[in-house]
Design a protein around this ligand. Sequence first.
Ligand code: BTN
Length: 249
Amino acid sequence: SIGLDTSIIGNDIHYFETVDSTNDVAKKMGIRAEEGTIVVAEVQENGRGRKGDPWISPKGGIWLSVILKPSILPAHAPRLTLMAGVAVANAMRQFGVDASIKWPNDVVIGKKKICGILTEMDAEADHIGFVVIGIGINANVPVEELPEELREGSMSLSSIKGERINRAEFVQALLKSLETEYLRFKVDGSTKILEDWISLSNTIGRQVDVITPHKIISGKATGINPDGALIVENDEGVHEVIAGRCIYK
Ligand code: BTN
């Protein structure tokens, strides 16, 4: 069990040995759940990543989803994804791990991904029922045990520290960090979160290739807009890229 010093996030924690996907469980509970409810599992058998990709979720990782009920427009929900990236990166730094954020919202050590975030919501045109923020962290998952195609680009907390980490302690720090950011978001909106995202990011200021479905945009990443679009500048001008894969040169 974990001792929490939060007032919203983690008030209600649903723990499972095995689920298909904590996001799916959270979406089923969403409407009735109180804000801050957490769904956490040891193993996900059908973990989901962005773009419909599978998310490999073996024992030893941290696979959790948070249910939030913010009074914001559905169009502003991506701000909560940025918020979660900031919260995860800050929690890792408190744990002595030099984490950064790579656009669109991966938490990385250098170029290697250590955490992915998948935000989903239940919304009508102008009203959010609830938002589910799914956070997947390679905690005590030795990189050698990941599928071959992930080994090259992935990192885990235990591999970077050279020892297993205490997952309960890390989750405690993470939930605290999420709550700090969320309370701030409710009071100040996203301005401070964007500033923090930019200072935690290792994308801004870099020469990048951004691969979108239609074209590759090469240039210098100079910022993000409040919806998380990457601003890339090159000889042709200033581009706001809403979605894509970012490659560092
Ligand atoms: C990505 O980078 O593609 C996002 C990965 C998100 C993984 C987490 S693990 C907990 C939650 N449940 C899921 O099925 N996915 C998210």
